[in-house]
Every structure is written in structure tokens, then in C-alpha cells.
Design a binder for this molecule. Sequence first.
Ligand code: FPP
Ligand code: K
Ligand code: ZN
Length: 515
Amino acid sequence: MPTQQRRPPSSASSSSRATRSRDIEQVDEEIVFDRIHPSFMIPDLFTQPPPDETVEACLPFLTGEDGENECNEHGVPGIDRARHVRFLHQCLGKLPARFVAADASRPWFLYWCLSALTMLGEDVTSYRDSIIQTARSMQNDTGGFGGGGRQLSHIATTYAVVLSLALVGGEEAYEVVDRKAMWRWLGSLKQPDGGFQVFVGGEQDIRGAYCAAVIISLLRLPLDLAPESPAYTGDSSANLLTGVAQYVRRCQTFEGGISGQPNAEAHGAYAFCALACLALLDHPGRSIPSYLDVPRLIAWLSSRQYAPEGGFSGRTNKLVDGCYSHWVGGCFPLIEACLNSNPSRSSSGGAVAADDPTATATATTPTITKTSLPPADESLFSREGLIRYILCCCQDQTKRGGLRDKPGKMSDAYHSCYVLSGLSSAQHQWELDELEPDAQPDAAAAAAAEPNDAAASAGPNKQADLEAVWAVLPYLDGLQVFDNKDRVRPIHPVYAIPQPTVRAIQAYFAERPGF
Ligand code: FPP
Ligand code: K
Ligand code: ZN
């Protein structure tokens, strides 16, 4: 049985049944029916307890019996800042030779480490000069950033470089980006069905849509398409954001979760991409319920949190893993803010009712009526459970430091970043400005609407105001199982970097709308 599986998968049980049937054929039928107990034919799925090695591995940490950590009165250890910080500085230094296979992920290492250090309260501006130098070497004249010098531009590495430049901040860092080439390159990834390829000629998936929306928003890129773009229509009826929300909608699966591409398996990483992408296309109180079946998505997301571990799995029948503290956990602040900014709590109908003749843009094609969505008065997941999993099970408390998937795994930069991102979102509450019932969808929403939507033709091809107004507070409802010294910095629920960092880069480029 593969240890990655929380429950025996149905395929394994049917194959064991097939093996047994073959055995039986080799035996004289009369003997078989005389001697073989009926349980011989029952698949393991229905007779064996699930292999819960993960629960076994986590329990000593959750109960404090591992004896290594000093716990507070709730049985929760503090965050081992000094060790994690040292680990992350080490990861940013020269890596051992065995990391050569990860060469194409170098921008990711930069982002993971800078982001984790920032959440731990460290000042990362000392890395500015080296990030600038590294980023320059990764940029292609044809736009975007590759994983290293002379590597093809990829939307994920480009996203990681742009976030890294934002994190170190400052004019010189921002100016590394060739925005005109970036704009052209994003246009060449844009497809007529609304989605984005992850590199020129490469596959199309929801990471592409999320990364593109983040890059466009942070760099304040114009939305119009160059004639070379595969999505160019010859007039202004389509732009960089046209059909993105419809593409996201096609990725919601029968389970209620989100897959990387239409008709694939729902996975937590893609749920975050979907929600954050929609939150960039319009006010999330409008775009999320207009394009996703929110109750089914909440049901799927809730099923990702396991007891007794408290952490999240990435998909059905799989194990908890610290990185899903961000990919799945980070979905909840977006959904909570969306539900709580929804005016339907006091009235019937959506923000802009589908039958409202003045309705425009995204509001013209809702699939869900918002009357079915109550406000999220309480947390939609167990923050206590997640925080316990993170602080008890995901910290490497040896000299090594860093954060990890689960007990028994090595810490690494990726898990350090996303475990801390999940901790940050569990420790904070994000609120959105209330969605006015008669509010006009913003310019990005107009741009994202279908070509035949009323607002699309009027949709400005100029820089849109992509951001709803988000405000953050410490999350104070319910039992606080961690001490205040163990709170990490808040990160913006959409961009996953601090809100002042987002504002600084956007403000810089908003003043320079041309190329
Ligand atoms: C399965 O891994 C993982 C996936 C199918 C998706 C991975 C994608 C991301 C982590 C992030 C994408 C987002 C951006 C912004 C680039 P697995 O089979 O090892 O893990 P599992 O057993 O937990 O599913
Ligand atoms: K995993
Ligand atoms: Zn993981």
C-alpha cells in the first residue's frame, strides 16, 4: 500500500480483488465454494483499518510527548524564530551541488526564503543588490524570467521573480522588469479561450491565470493585446483579462474543488489560484460567487482538514501536509471576506442581480444566486487545529530549523514559506470594504467580462484598478492557543506578500503608466 495514501484507493482494492479471482480460477470450483470463507472476496477497503502512519507520527507532537519542545499552557510550542531565520538565510546562500536539479526553480527559492523571512519579521533589504543582479540574469529580451540565465521564460518563475523584487523593494529593483517586453510576452501566452499558457507553446492551466493576474496587477500593465497575441480579435473586444473568470469556472470539478485544467482532479493548490485570481478580476464579493459554486467549494475545502492532525490535505484521500496550510488554508480568508462583504445577508438577490437590466460585466453571468450564501460569522475552519498542526508538527526543532510537510520529513524552503503563509492567514482576519448593492464592477471586471457582455465593449483597455480595499486585524475569536510573540506578519490574502509591499510596487508603476 503506498504510504502517500490516507485510505486505500479504490483502484488498489479492485486490483487485489482481481488477483484473488485469478487464484480462484486455478482451483477446482467445487473446492473453492466449499472451503473459502466469503471474506476472501471482500476488498481490503472494507476490511482493513486505514494506514494512518501520519496520525501515528503526529500524535506525540500534538500531545507534547515528544519531550523536545517547551509548550505553553495550551500544549503548543512557540515559534522557533531564530532557528528558522538562520535556516532561511542558509537557503539563500550557496546551495550544495545536489541542488543542481533544482536550478530551474532558483526564482522560487528566492521568493520562498524572502517571503518566509519577511513573515518572521526580518528585514530582507540586505538582499536587494543580489536579487537585482540575479533577476537581471534571468530576464529574457522577449519578456518574462526563466529559471536561470539562458532559460525559457515561464509564468511561474516570472511570478516568483516579480514577487521577490517586490519584497526587496525600491526603484532599482522595480526597474529591473522590462514591462513592455513583459506585456508582449503575456499577450503571447494568452489564449482565445481565456486562459494562459505557462510558457510559449506550453500547457495551459490555472497557475497561468493566477500568475498572469498577479503580474499584471503588480506591474500595472495595460490590458490591451498586441496583434501578435493568439487572443487578438482585431478590435478591442478582447484583452488580457477577457474570459479568465470563465476559464476559472471551467476548472471547478464535480467534487466542488478546483483542478489545474478543466476536467482534471481537484487539488488545493489550484483552489487558491482560482480564488485569488477571481479576487483580482473584480471585487471578490461579486466575482467569487458569480463564477464558482461557493457552497460546494466550501464543502470540499472543509473536507481537507483532518483530525486529529489539524492540518490540511491537498486532495481527496491524501495525507495532511504543512504546505496546504497556505494553499487550502489561504482560501478561507478569501471566502470569509467574500461572504462577509456580501450585501445579500440583509436583502434578497446578489450584489447586482442577474435580471437587473443595468447589470454589467461579471454580474451578467452569475451561476449562483447569492441568497444561498450566509455570512461567515464564525471561522469556516478550525484555526485552532491548523495552528496546533503548524506549531507542534511542522517545525524542525533540531539545530537545522525550518518548517516541514509533517514529522519525519526534512524542512525546506518551500514548506517554510507556505507553512508560515498558512500560519499568517490563520492568525489574521481580512476584511473587505462592503460591496455596494449598486456598485459598478470595476474596470478589470469590465475587461474580464465575456465579449458579448454589455460592459466588455465599453471596458477600458487602460490600466484598471484591480484592488478591492482590504483591511487586516489579528484574528481574536475563539481560543488563542498561541502566544502573541508567536504571531507572524500578515500577508495580503491574494498576493501572499505584505500589503505595504503590494501598495509600494503598484504605486510606483501607477505613476508610470507608459512603457
Ligand atoms: C500534487 O503533489 C500537487 C499538485 C497536483 C499541484 C501542485 C501545485 C502547486 C503546489 C502550486 C501551484 C501554484 C502556483 C502559483 C505556481 P503530490 O501528489 O506530491 O501531493 P499530494 O499527495 O499532497 O496531492
Ligand atoms: K504532498
Ligand atoms: Zn507539501
